[in-house]
Design a protein around this ligand. Structure first.
Ligand code: RP5
Length: 162
């Protein structure tokens, strides 16, 4: 089977409600992806294998979402040079600030491109992935440009009462 350019990984099934925002945006941009549950704590061997094979499989960007002690994006960045975009999933206990800090504060040498907490972050992760792919793919670049222009065009110049 051909490897898609984007891998969406997440720590738990419970993250999918957030991470499907990334998947839906990639669908809109006609960018192929795979989606997998890969937990840093519950399935460390799966994480290891995914990171170890990412370059050889041909993945070009990894979007990694996790909540709480959100070690998945950082561990994946430690294991592969494929760019990792991190999405902090919003937690009940600490509203996702724990996820954000866990993903953001990487030591020098292993960066994670960290997005906003929650669904906006997941959607932006897809757009960031598209921007990276667009550097080498004119078709993706054209679709991304069109998407951005449509969003701008949808914003009214003046507010209304209703
Ligand atoms: C993290 O723990 C996952 O990324 C998820 O956000 C959080 C809670 O997981 P579940 O207990 O819902 O499976 O590893």
């Amino acid at each position: 089977m051909t490897t898609p350019p984007v891998g969406i990984i997440m720590g738990s099934q419970s993250d999918w409600a957030t991470m499907r925002e990334a998947a839906m945006l990639l669908d809109e941009l006609a960018i192929a992806y795979e989606s997998k549950i890969v937990s840093a704590h519950r399935t460390p061997d799966r994480l290891w294998e995914y990171g170890k094979t990412a370059v050889d499989r041909g993945l070009q960007v990894i979007i990694a979402g996790a909540g709480g002690a959100a070690h998945l994006p950082g561990m994946m960045a430690s294991k592969t040079r494929v760019p990792v975009i991190g999405v902090p999933v919003q937690t009940k206990a600490l509203s996702g600030v724990d996820s954000l800090y866990s993903i953001l504060q990487m030591p020098k040498g292993f960066p994670v491109a960290t997005m906003a907490i929650g669904s906006a972050g997941a959607a932006n992760a897809a757009l960031m992935a598209a921007s990276i792919l667009a550097l080498q793919d004119a078709d993706v670049a054209a679709r991304l440009d069109a998407w951005r222009e449509a969003l701008s065009a949808s914003i009214p110049e003046e507010p209304t009462d209703d």
